[in-house]
Write a protein that binds this ligand. Structure first.
Ligand SMILES: [Zn+2]
Length: 215
């Protein structure tokens, strides 16, 4: 896992990342996240079957981060800062100071140390992949069907796939229990988010995945 220091920089400052051997200039990841929540066209629009174009994953992630920031500020007896960038910088600086003073035990410190890299990981998953399409479905694993995020209904499982890369298996993941599914067969047979006809038009024959692997 990357250092927490570096994670805080990536979240809050413009910085350089190295992707596939190239140096890439990136904005603060928290800004990129906020921008992708409002730019409907930037990511998947369309999608088959039950799919609708959503940025609800981004909104759910923003809510997740806002909730964690609130908890951390409470834990550190700080005044609540709303702006996520300001809050992230302040929380980490404050946590480091308190740790030096011996006022944060190992368990709590571990929480602060792990939390920011976790956001980097989640934002990178949510924001970076080029032109992915998302589809949503109820979760066959935990049975969760719906939750409400800021008035919008969100279904449990989010499936991502990349129309430019049909050979790349789609991945479905439940927001609630964390169960994962991989591959077109699982999307069709287990999650029922794509119909066989739509896949056939894309040149994907789900019969090759037939139930032996799924039952
Ligand atoms: Zn689930």
């Amino acid at each position: 896992m990357e250092s927490t220091e570096r994670a805080v920089v990536r979240l809050t400052e413009a910085h350089t990342e190295h992707e596939g051997g190239k140096a890439v200039e990136r904005g603060p990841l928290l800004v990129e996240l906020a921008e992708s929540a409002t730019s409907q066209g930037a990511r998947g629009s369309g999608g088959g079957g039950a799919g609708i174009p959503i940025n609800l994953g981004v909104i759910a992630l923003q809510d997740h981060i806002a909730g964690k920031l609130k908890q951390m500020q409470l834990a550190l007896f700080m005044r609540q800062i709303k702006d996520p960038i300001e809050a992230t910088i302040a929380v980490w600086a404050h946590a480091v100071t308190e740790r030096h003073r011996g006022r944060i035990d190992d368990a709590s410190w571990g929480w602060f140390v792990r939390e920011f890299p976790d956001w980097v990981h989640r934002i990178t998953e949510e924001v970076s992949p080029p032109s992915s399409i998302e589809m949503i479905a109820p979760c066959p694993s935990c049975g969760e069907t719906r939750a409400v995020v800021r008035g919008d209904s969100v279904t449990a499982v989010v499936v991502k796939w990349y129309p430019e890369e049909l050979s790349r298996a789609p991945i479905g993941k439940c927001r609630f229990c964390g169960a994962k599914w991989v591959g077109w067969g699982a999307m069709h047979y287990t999650l029922d988010v794509v119909d066989r006809g739509a896949l056939a038009k894309l040149g994907i024959d789900v019969s090759v995945f037939i139930p032996k692997t799924l039952l």
